[in-house]
Design a protein around this ligand. Structure first.
Ligand SMILES: Cc1cc2nc3c(=O)[nH]c(=O)nc-3n(C[C@H](O)[C@H](O)[C@H](O)COP(=O)(O)OP(=O)(O)OC[C@H]3O[C@@H](n4cnc5c(N)ncnc54)[C@H](O)[C@@H]3O)c2cc1C
Length: 315
């Protein structure tokens, strides 16, 4: 194993960001390496302090932001030291980057990893596949290890001794002439967390009959994201970007609440990895009720209203 740094790639100190730093620091400690960060986008003094609180010793600041995976991979390749490991929170762009870095650095790639740790000098992690019906434990045999880490798989923990990281500017790598960005569409700001990395997902299906207002209220009460089944998005009740499932977004929340959602295999494929599942359904035989940790059999409008009222009472 080389002694190059362990790199954490992030651009926000949100929940997934501090989880990533916690995991990356533990990996760095396990490998006897330094923790460094590649920070994407605007960097405030508070961010530097926060990065130091999690044990980051150096921040490579890519002020232009993520850019394309070619530009980001190029930036990482231009660092003065070859990293021992690169960790980034799982997302589609992160997986694309991991593949590109794996090829260009000749490293080993592990995607959607949880419980990442160093065992006998190499990185090991758990991952699930086939809609979380199979679990496996994997070791990365090639160096550097490029790991996309699932959110909500670890509790954030600041370093015992904070550091004062130095900030070093980093330039984007050359763009690939074969790849051209033809259009960018701004995501509509809802004030809710990103569905793919949200800690709480409140999803609605046909049972809502198109009225997502109570579910949105519950999501906001829990600080969660709103999700939906394909029926709901195909009906135009909510946008397609909210579709959870095989042909939609894969979610990894601590808590998934499905209201008026039957739990068809195509939907379950995208939420099976949720740590706790709550089903609200009038049908006790609905498949989602069968796989749920908790099920409430009843009309979702009554049940969700009661949940919101109770949550407000508890505050
Ligand atoms: C190739 C392919 C890909 C697909 N990909 C996806 C995907 O990515 N994501 C996805 O979601 N689907 C996907 N689907 C569709 C999927 O198979 C199901 O049709 C869909 O998930 C069902 O949505 P639903 O649960 O909203 O509706 P339904 O299956 O009709 O279920 C509605 C549920 O609401 C309950 N209900 C009704 N009224 C109430 C009430 N008042 N209170 C409480 N409960 C109530 C009913 O008992 C029922 O269980 C895909 C299908 C195909 C063929």
């Amino acid at each position: 194993m080389s002694t190059g740094p362990v790199l954490a790639l992030l651009g926000r100190l949100d929940q997934p960001g501090v989880e990533l730093l916690t995991t990356a620091r533990r990996v760095a400690q396990g490998l006897g390496a330094r923790l460094e960060a590649v920070w994407l986008g605007p960097l405030a003094d508070d961010d530097v302090t926060g990065l130091g609180a999690y044990g980051t010793e150096r921040v490579h600041h890519l002020a232009t932001g993520r850019g394309s995976s070619t530009e980001l991979a190029g930036a990482i390749l231009s660092l003065p030291e070859r990293p021992t490991a690169v960790l980034v929170t799982t997302s589609y762009p992160a997986r694309e980057l991991a593949a590109r870095l794996g090829v260009r650095l000749g490293g080993g790639v592990l995607v959607d990893a949880a419980q990442v740790e160093v065992v006998g000098g190499r990185i090991e992690a758990e991952r699930t596949s086939f809609a979380a019906t199979w679990g496996s434990r994997c070791a990365v045999l090639a160096e550097p290890a490029i790991v996309t880490v699932k959110p909500h798989a670890t509790s954030p923990e600041p370093a015992a001794a904070p550091s004062s990281p130095e900030v070093v500017p980093l330039a984007a790598g050359a763009s690939d002439p074969r790849v051209r960005v033809v259009e960018r569409t701004e995501r509509v700001a809802t004030g809710r967390p990103d569905l793919a990395s949200a800690g709480v997902v409140v999803a609605g299906g046909r049972g809502t009959e198109g009225d997502f207002s109570l579910l949105a209220e519950l999501a906001d009460e829990l600080g969660g994201a709103l999700g939906a089944t394909r029926v709901a998005t195909d009906e135009g009740w909510v946008g397609h970007e909210l579709q959870v499932g095989q042909t939609g977004v894969t979610v990894n929340p601590v808590l998934y609440i499905g209201a008026g959602v039957s739990g068809a295999v195509h939907h379950v494929g995208g939420m099976r990895a949720a740590q706790h599942v709550v089903a609200i359904n009038t049908d006790p035989d609905a498949p989602l009720v069968q796989i749920a940790d908790y099920a409430v059999i009843g009309d979702l409008f009554e049940v969700v209203r009661a949940m919101i009222d109770r949550l407000r009472e508890l505050r």
